[in-house]
Structure formats: C-alpha cells, structure tokens
Design a protein around this ligand. Structure first.
Ligand code: SAM
Length: 301
C-alpha cells in the first residue's frame, strides 16, 4: 500500500480534511464549536504531526487492521488511523465531542464513533462483532486518570489483541517496562509483562498538547504474547500474590503474604516455599522476577 501523503499537512488531506495535527487547525475547530475542555476527562489534545506519525508507525497499522481508538477527542489521531487502517472504532465518553467528530471525520467512511465510557463497553464482544474475533490493535492518547484500568481491563477480559500502542504519563510508561530492583517496579510492571512485551517508543514533552499537561508523557507499545512468558497453574492466584507482595512495600515478602487475609497462607507455608526456591526468608517482593513469582505461586497453590 502506498504511504499516505502527509507533505500537504496543514492544507488538505487525502479525504479532503484539514490535518488537526497542525495547531492552528485544532484551534480553529475548538473555536468553531466553542469547545470547553473537561479536566475530569483528561482532555489534552495532540498538536504535533511528528508525534502522530510516530505513534501510527509504532503501531504498525496496515490496510488489514481493525483499530480501536480510546478517546478520539476532536479526531486528530483518528484521521491518521483512518488513512492507514481498514477500520477504526473510536470510543469517546464526552457527548460534546460527538458533533465535532461528525464534522472532522466526515471524509472517512471507515470510522465508527461510539459515545460511551470505554470502561463500561464490552470490547471483547465488539472485536468479535467487527473483526470476527481476530486480534485488533488498540491505539490511543489515553486519558491519564484511567490508564491502568483501561490497559488491565483489555488484558484481563481477554480481548483478542495484537498490540496496544498508547500515550501515557511518562512515569507510568517507566513502571510498565522496568524489572526488579528499581523503585518503579511493582504490580503494574509484572501484570503488563505477563501479558505483553513493553517498549517505550517516544518521549513526548507537554508542548505537544493543548492544553499542556503538567507531566511528561511517553508512547509505549505493548505487544501481546500469544503464550505468556511464564506458566502458572492459576493466573488469578498469581496476581493476588503479586498484589499482596507490593501492598506493603516496606515489609518482607513473607510478612506481606501472611498478612493478606484473602490468600489464606500460613507463615510455615510461605517460609517453606521460599526455602525451596533458595530465597532468603527476609527477601522483599520487589526483588523477585516474574518467573520467581510464577514459581512461588505454583509452589503455594
Ligand atoms: N485522541 C485525542 C488526541 O490525541 O488529541 C484526545 C486524547 S485526550 C488525552 C483523552 C480523550 O479520552 C478525551 O477525548 C476524553 O474525553 C476521552 N475519555 C476520557 N475518559 C474516557 C472514557 N472513560 N471512555 C472513553 N473516552 C474517554
């Protein structure tokens, strides 16, 4: 498929639409609709064509792909996705954005906008209906207040996925990709790394958005594993164990696990498992790899 021509950025695009990645085009739309940003929805719209190109390239969108975009805003990234994908489904919570999206996306016949809270949507059912249950790609400049529930929801509800390529708060991107022994390592790192291979593909400063967020941002690509890198008897138990280990970060792993009532573990059981694994009794959860958590979970349950 030929590369879409972006050299005319700022004038007319393939579908005859103004490129909203250009700040003055975004400002024009915001003024035309007298749009008021809603802080509660984490609305920071992208206004940088290089970053938009980078996201679409990192997501490796082809003419075969069905893409889910979470929070299209005024449709800036949606336009880029629509030019590359077979089909784009864009889920936007803010009803005030729907008439704007009808306007900015009117030149594309491969985009469906759904006015809904993404956390309440049956995305697995949607992928079944729109893509015959084949893996979809998720691409988004996420609302930062719900980054973790969105990403974990996609993984845990077993939505068929090839990859998730998203803009998130820089600190959260770091947490998703680090390993043991760093301050950012925790339950989120382990959960993400159980399901996917994380890779930060760009750091994005606040001046690439309108309004500017007061934190740095990063684009991270999570490539879904077909088979998780570790094997466990009981996935739910593994995640309960991980959560309990990081709930009390200052405590030893053994204390954290024995103090978690839902795990129902005795001090002897935990000590025995740690000994079998050749780990010191006073080890902290933050020192264990995903493989070691899986081994511990298999020994305990
Ligand atoms: N994609 C646009 C862009 O890059 O310019 C906007 C990104 S903005 C960071 C996040 C978007 O997510 C906003 O449009 C916001 O209204 C929407 N949003 C917030 N919470 C949502 C939810 N629970 N479900 C769906 N969309 C949501």
């Amino acid at each position: 498929m030929p590369e879409p021509d972006r050299s005319r950025a700022g004038t007319e695009r393939n579908a005859g639409m103004a490129n909203l990645g250009i700040p003055r085009n975004t400002i024009e739309i915001l003024q035309k609709y007298n749009f008021n940003f809603q802080k509660k929805y984490g609305q920071n719209f992208l206004i940088d064509t290089k970053v938009l190109d980078r996201i679409v390239a990192a997501a490796d969108i082809t003419g075969e792909d069905c893409v889910l975009e979470i929070g299209p805003g005024i449709g800036t990234m949606t336009q880029y996705l629509a030019e590359n994908a077979r089909e784009v489904i864009a889920v936007e919570i803010d009803k005030n954005l729907i008439p704007i999206l009808e306007d900015t996306l009117c030149g594309y016949d491969n985009v469906t906008v759904i006015n809904e809270d993404v956390l309440k949507l049956d995305i697995r059912g949607l992928a079944e209906e729109r893509n015959g249950g084949n893996p979809i790609k998720v691409v988004a400049n996420l609302p930062y207040y719900i980054t973790t529930p969105i990403i974990m929801g996609l993984f845990e509800s077993h939505v068929p996925l090839k990859s998730i390529t998203v803009m998130v708060q820089k600190e959260v991107a770091d947490r998703m990709q680090v390993g043991p022994g760093t301050k950012d390592y925790g339950a989120l790192s382990l959960a993400v790394q159980y399901y996917a291979k994380p890779e930060v593909v760009a750091n994005v400063p606040p001046n690439c958005f309108i309004p500017r967020p007061n934190v740095g941002s990063a684009v991270i690509r999570l490539t879904r594993y077909e088979v998780p890198p570790v094997s466990v008897e009981d996935e739910t138990k593994l995640f309960s164990l991980i959560r309990a280990s990081f709930n009390q970060r200052r405590k030893t792993l053994a204390n954290g696990l024995c103090n978690a009532p839902d795990l129902g573990l005795s001090r002897e059981q935990v000590a025995g498992a740690l000994e079998k694994m050749g780990l010191p009794p006073a080890i902290r959860g933050e020192a264990l790899t995903l493989g070691q958590f899986a081994e511990l979970s298999n020994l305990l349950y």
